[in-house]
Design a protein around this ligand. Structure first.
Ligand code: PEP
Length: 224
């Protein structure tokens, strides 16, 4: 069971309060070093597909490795929505990170309109296929099913919706799949209990030490 906390563009919690926690943290770039030095398993929130070059504002896999970072998110819906990340760019980022020896959490998920129009599986298929084509079922690759309508909205997918989507994703690419979208201490247990839910990617609730710890404890209880 993998629990990862995405701090987005927030400062995030005191790293010392998270010491010893069996979880991944995804802080903003400015706090990567601090998290690594505190002994936390630390992922960046994005990574470029080239090892170096004229790509202002980007950061590469070798740069992350130099800091002691263990992996990176790619394809978060906020990157896709606000920064024009295409399926190809997401797949290239993921493949470069894996080839460099980083872990990768690659995010996929449908919008509310896509779900309402019955296009969920078609959208997931395209997103997952792009990742599968470039990355395969690589060691170190994890997918995160994050329905866009559930991120930061307080609207969580029902356990049945999550389970169906995860089973579909795994039928296309057999790697662990995390659920993300308004995971909180009070809904974590029923989501994490689903057979194809292998963990959670937590945004808002990871900014609060007690909420994040509570979700990690729930995951540990379910795994044991
Ligand atoms: C996220 O940022 O990936 C996320 C799932 O956010 P939240 O838990 O706040 O919905």
């Amino acid at each position: 069971m993998i629990i990862a906390g995405n701090w987005k563009m927030y400062r995030g919690p005191d790293v010392h309060a998270l010491a010893g926690l069996d979880a991944i943290v995804c802080p903003p770039y400015t706090r990567l070093r601090e998290c690594v030095e505190a002994g936390l398993t630390t992922y960046a929130q994005n990574v470029h597909w080239e090892p170096e070059g004229a790509f202002t504002g980007e950061i590469s896999a070798p740069m992350l490795l130099e800091l002691g970072v263990a992996g990176s998110l790619v394809g978060h819906s906020e990157r896709r929505q606000y920064f024009g990340e295409t399926d190809l760019a997401v797949a290239r980022r993921g493949a470069a990170a894996l080839a460099a020896g980083l872990g990768v959490i690659a995010c996929v998920g449908e919008t509310a309109e896509q779900r309402e129009s019955g296009a969920t599986e078609a959208v997931l298929e395209i997103q997952v296929e792009a990742i599968a084509e470039r990355c395969g079922a690589a060691d170190g690759l994890v997918l995160a099913y994050e329905p866009v309508w559930a991120i930061g909205t307080g609207l969580t997918a029902t356990p049945e919706i999550a389970q169906d989507a995860h089973a579909f994703i795994k039928s296309r690419l057999d790697v662990p799949v995390l659920y993300g979208g308004s995971v909180k201490p009070d809904n974590a247990a029923e989501l994490l209990a689903q057979p194809d839910v292998d963990g959670a990617l937590v945004g808002g609730a990871s900014l609060d030490v007690e909420s994040f710890k509570s979700i990690c404890l729930t995951a540990a209880r379910i795994r044991s």
